[in-house]
Design a protein around this ligand. Structure first.
Ligand SMILES: Cc1ncc(COP(=O)(O)O)c(C=O)c1O
Length: 392
C-alpha cells in the first residue's frame, strides 16, 4: 500500500503483506472515528482533565533582556501531565485503540517521554503494554524504567543488532507483524502510512492553541520566527503547522550537532549536510543520514530523544521546497542554554528542547528589538538530570 497524496516521493507504506491489511484497517478506523462528535467530545474532555490543556505560552522576559533585543516566547508542552508533548498523540491513539477493541498496546522507545505516556495511557485503560527499548536506554534511564514498571508496563530490553533505537523499532515491528491484533502506538510522526498522517492530525491541538495564545501574550498576530528541535519531527511539525502558510514567519528546526565540527560523521543533523540519501526503511521512504560507505549512519547524542538518522517525510518535503531552515546546536551550546534558562527564568527544559533554545539564544542578539521568536518547549528536565549533572 502506498500513498502519493502527500509530500512528493517521501512517505509510503512499504510493509509485508500481513501488515498491509492491519494498516489499511487502521486508516479506515481513523477516518471513521476521528471527526465524529463523540470522538471530539472525549478528546476535549481528556485534554482538559487529564493532559492539562491548554498549555500556556510564557514570555522569557529576563532572557530577552539579557540577550538584548528580540523577544522570546515558549509554548509550554513541558507542562502536560507527563511533562512532554508525547502525551497528546498517546491520548488520541488510546481513544482510537479503545474504539478498535484492542487489548494490547506496543511501542518502541528511545527517550522516556514516549513510553511514560504510553504506560500512563495503559494504566488508564487497563490494557496490556509492551515497550521495546534498546539495552543501553534501559540502563541509562533507570529511574524512568522503574516509573514505567509502576505503571504496570512490560519493558522488553532489546539486545540484538547494534543495540540502538533502530533495533528497538525492528523488534517492535517484528512483534507487530506477528501480533496484528495489538495496537502499535507510534510516538512520532514517522513509520508507514497512515501513521504520519494520523499522528500529525492528533497533535493539531498544539497549533490551534498557538494561533489564539500568541497574539494574546505578544500583541502581534504571528511570531517572526518559530523554532523547534527535531528528531523524527513530531513536536516541530505541530507548532510549524500553524505557520507554514504564513510566508512572513521563518521556520527553523534545530538538530543535534554533537561536540564540534570534527565529529560530523556521527551527528544527527540531517538536513544541513550533504550526505543524506533517500532510503526506504522501517516501512517508509524519507531522508536518512548515510555513512561514507553508503550505509545508514549510526548517530550519538547527548539527548536520547534526538539520536536517530531518519526524518519525518513532511520535514524532508519542507526542506526540499525551502520552506524551513535547518540548523543544529552543539552539546556545549545546549548545556549553556539549559543553564541560562534555569538561572534567569527558573525553567528547566529537556535536553531535546534545549537545542531549540540554544539556537534561539544565538539568533536573538542579531535581531531587532521588535522581532518575536516562538519556541516549542517540548519537555522538561527530569529525565536528563543525571546527564546534565555529569556533563556540568
Ligand atoms: C522532550 C522531547 N522533545 C523532543 C523529542 C523529539 O521527538 P520529535 O522530533 O518527534 O518531537 C523527544 C523525543 O523523545 C523528547 O522526548
Amino acid at each position: 500500500m502506498t500513498n502519493n497524496e502527500f509530500y512528493w516521493e517521501f512517505w509510503g507504506a512499504f510493509v509485508p503483506p500481513s501488515l498491509e491489511k492491519t494498516l489499511e484497517t487502521l486508516n479506515q478506523e481513523f477516518d471513521k472515528y476521528y471527526n465524529t462528535p463523540e470522538f471530539q467530545k472525549d478528546l476535549d474532555y481528556y485534554f482538559k482533565t487529564f493532559v492539562w490543556r491548554p498549555t500556556p505560552i510564557t514570555h522569557l522576559e529576563n532572557i530577552s533582556k539579557e540577550l538584548w533585543w528580540a523577544q522570546i516566547y515558549i509554548k509550554r508542552e513541558d507542562m502536560t501531565n507527563i511533562w512532554a508533548h508525547k502525551i497528546n498523540h498517546s491520548l488520541v491513539q488510546w481513544l482510537l485503540a479503545k474504539r478498535m477493541w484492542k487489548t494490547e498496546l506496543i511501542a518502541e522507545t528511545w527517550a522516556w517521554m514516549h513510553w511514560v505516556s504510553v504506560a500512563t495511557m495503559w494504566a488508564k485503560l487497563w490494557m496490556k503494554t509492551k515497550i521495546f527499548m534498546w539495552e543501553k536506554d534501559v540502563r541509562r534511564q533507570y529511574m524512568n524504567v522503574q516509573r514505567m514498571k509502576l505503571l504496570w508496563a512490560e519493558v522488553v530490553s532489546v539486545t540484538q543488532g547494534d543495540k540502538k533505537l533502530k533495533d528497538a523499532v525492528d523488534a517492535a515491528l517484528e512483534y507487530y507483524i506477528n501480533n496484528t491484533d495489538s495496537y502499535y502506538l507510534l510516538g512520532s510522526a514517522l513509520g508507514p502510512y497512515p501513521y504520519p498522517k494520523i499522528v500529525r492530525k492528533w497533535q493539531e491541538i498544539v497549533w490551534k492553541e498557538c494561533l489564539y495564545q500568541f497574539p494574546e501574550i505578544s500583541w502581534q498576530e504571528n511570531p517572526d520566527y518559530v523554532i523547534a528541535c527535531v528528531w523524527w519531527g513530531s513536536n516541530a511539525i505541530w507548532i510549524f503547522s500553524a505557520y507554514i502558510d504564513k510566508e512572513n514567519v521563518k521556520i527553523i528546526w534545530v538538530e543535534w550537532g554533537w561536540t564540534d565540527v570534527s565529529t560530523l560523521w556521527e551527528h544527527a543533523a540531517r538536513m544541513k549536510w550533504i550526505w543524506w540519501k533517500l532510503w526506504t526503511f522501517h516501512g517508509y521512504k524519507s531522508i536518512f543520514i548515510q555513512t561514507k560507505k553508503d550505509e545508514i549512519a549510526s548517530t550519538s547524542s547527548i539527548s536520547a530523544g534526538l539520536d536517530y538518522p531518519w526524518i519525518w517525510p513532511e520535514h524532508a518535503y519542507l526542506s526540499e521546497i525551502w520552506r524551513a531552515e535547518y540548523e543544529y546546536a552543539y552539546d556545549n551550546e545546549v548545556l549553556e542554554a539549559y543553564k541560562l534558562t534555569a538561572k534567569l527564568e527558573w525553567i528547566l527544559p529537556a535536553l531535546e528542547s534545549s537545542h531549540a533554545l540554544a539556537y534561539a539564544y544565538k539568533l536573538a542578539p542579531s535581531l531587532d528589538k521588535d522581532k518575536k521568536i516562538l519556541i516549542n518547549l517540548s519537555g522538561r528536565w527530569d529525565k536528563d538530570l543525571e546527564t546534565v549533572i555529569e556533563k556540568l
